[in-house]
Design a protein around this ligand. Structure first.
Ligand SMILES: Cc1cc2nc3c(=O)[nH]c(=O)nc-3n(C[C@H](O)[C@H](O)[C@H](O)COP(=O)(O)OP(=O)(O)OC[C@H]3O[C@@H](n4cnc5c(N)ncnc54)[C@H](O)[C@@H]3O)c2cc1C
Length: 421
């Protein structure tokens, strides 16, 4: 298979809202921009499929389409070398791409956090955002009974889509307390656009029960999901359903940043007011730099784009917008923080690493990720710890192990391609 070499003065990884805003700003400033994303179309998680959904997405997708000086390549970045300013990526067709850059903007987004409980590996139990993606790509859910459970506003967005596609959303089980959500709602008063969005969404979901302080204790079924056992303040009851969409907030995708040696923290890649990371010439924007939603991603992306292209003043002018979005992000994190009781859902028998089939009991007495990997292969399967890593961070306080290339399973030919050619 072929190996292609590409370069751009500014390379953006991720064609979600943050990457789109970054690329547009950098191109407006006259930069030669190359975007890399493994998705077939622009849009990232929220505008997946490149379909214009509302005014905001229409505006940004149009800007991307019309911008001069932006090239795009469809490939998954699997490795990065900071000293050689090089990324290695794989295309879906089996080719490899070596990308050289002068400035790099990481806009790699986030993924869902899964927490294990009995039965969570049964067919029919999926990520809430994963279910959203399946439905957007054609899964027929008409007449299906769906329970959504976990935490955060994503559950509402998914419920709205399911309702539109004629599924029956039986209920939404939100683990956060009602008081915390009410406080969050009050803070939205200072962000009228978000408040209106929330009110409209809530009105559309008026017939769907939204239970707070509630979670799924067990998913039940022999071959596939048949029902879930719910717990709200000690009251337990069973609900029949075809799908359970579950997700406990989002986790920033920081693997590439880690590989490049950028400082990272539990909340995301560490950046300054211009989205600069601790590594010279590398910027990070959007959910990868901290969970906060689409408006934060757009503001940070724009700042990163202008700053990377040397337009400091234009980047500085967006400081106020960024600060407001960071305030919203902090309120979001506070309202939907995970409750300690959720740790009690896991017993020694519960599978925590579904790729390698490792149960919680097998990790007993272990100190950290490294020991777990060496002794049980936990986190060493296909997802490379993307699922169990987030769970064990919450359950055991383990921080992710040192990132090593490739960050996604890759072909040997890709890893040696750049040296061979
Ligand atoms: C599953 C899921 C569903 C969501 N649904 C909604 C929703 O309905 N409504 C809402 O308001 N918010 C939703 N969110 C939150 C959403 O992530 C943000 O609001 C917004 O999309 C963030 O934009 P972003 O550009 O920071 O990241 P993203 O939109 O996630 O974009 C990141 C992009 O980077 C690409 N990428 C990552 N790593 C690599 C790599 N190594 N190589 C190549 N490409 C890479 C990804 O393919 C992706 O296209 C969802 C989040 C998730 C995880």
């Amino acid at each position: 298979m072929s190996h292609v070499k590409m370069q751009g003065s500014i390379v953006v990884v991720g064609v979600g809202p943050a990457g789109i805003a970054a690329a547009w700003a950098a191109a407006e400033a006259g930069g030669d921009v190359l975007m890399v994303d493994n998705g077939a179309a622009a849009g990232g998680q929220i505008w997946r499929g490149g379909k214009a959904l509302d005014r905001l997405s229409t505006k940004w997708l149009r800007r991307l389409e019309r911008a001069k000086g932006i090239r795009r390549v469809g490939a998954l970045v699997v490795s990065a070398e900071a000293d050689r300013k090089l990324l290695l990526a794989e295309t879906a067709e089996g080719g490899s791409v070596g990308v050289r850059y002068e400035k790099l903007i990481l806009a790699t987004g986030a993924r869902e956090r899964f927490l294990p409980f009995a039965g969570w590996t049964l067919p029919g139990v999926v990520g809430a955002g994963g279910l959203q993606a399946l439905v957007k790509s054609g899964l027929d859910v008409r007449g299906k009974r769906v329970v959504l459970a976990g935490s955060g506003p994503l559950l509402l967005a998914v419920a709205d889509l399911l309702r539109e596609r004629e599924a029956t959303v039986v209920l939404i089980a939100e683990q956060a307390r009602m008081a915390a959500i009410m406080r969050f709602g009050m803070k939205l008063a200072s962000a009228p656009a978000k408040l209106i969005q929330a009110v409209v969404l809530k009105a559309r979901l008026a017939t769907v029960p939204y239970l707070t302080g509630c979670w799924v204790e067990r998913a039940e079924g022999a071959e596939r999901l048949k029902s879930v056992m719910l717990n709200q303040g000690g009251r337990r009851w069973r609900v029949e359903c075809d799908y359970l969409g579950t997700g406990f907030g989002l986790i920033p995708n920081m693997e590439l940043a880690g590989l490049l040696g950028c400082e990272t923290g539990p909340g995301g890649v560490v950046v300054d007011a211009r989205q600069r990371t601790s590594v010279e010439g590398v910027y990070c924007a959007g959910e990868a730099a901290g969970i906060g939603g689409v408006d934060k991603s757009l503001a940070e992306g724009e700042i990163a784009g202008w700053a990377a292209a040397g337009q400091e003043d234009t980047a500085r002018a967006l400081e106020g917008v960024r600060a407001k979005q960071l305030g919203f992000a902090a309120a979001l994190g506070e309202a939907f923080g995970l409750r300690e009781e959720l740790k009690g859902l896991v017993t020694a028998e519960t599978v925590v690493c579904r790729c390698e089939d490792v149960r919680m009991g097998a990790l007993e007495g272990m100190e950290d990720w490294r020991e777990a990997k060496l002794q049980t292969r936990c986190g060493m399967g296909r997802c490379q710890g993307r699922v169990c890593g987030g769970a064990l961070e919450f359950l055991k306080g383990w921080t992710p192990a040192v990132v090593k290339p490739p960050v996604f399973p890759a072909r040997v030919a890709t890893m040696v391609a750049e040296d061979e050619v």
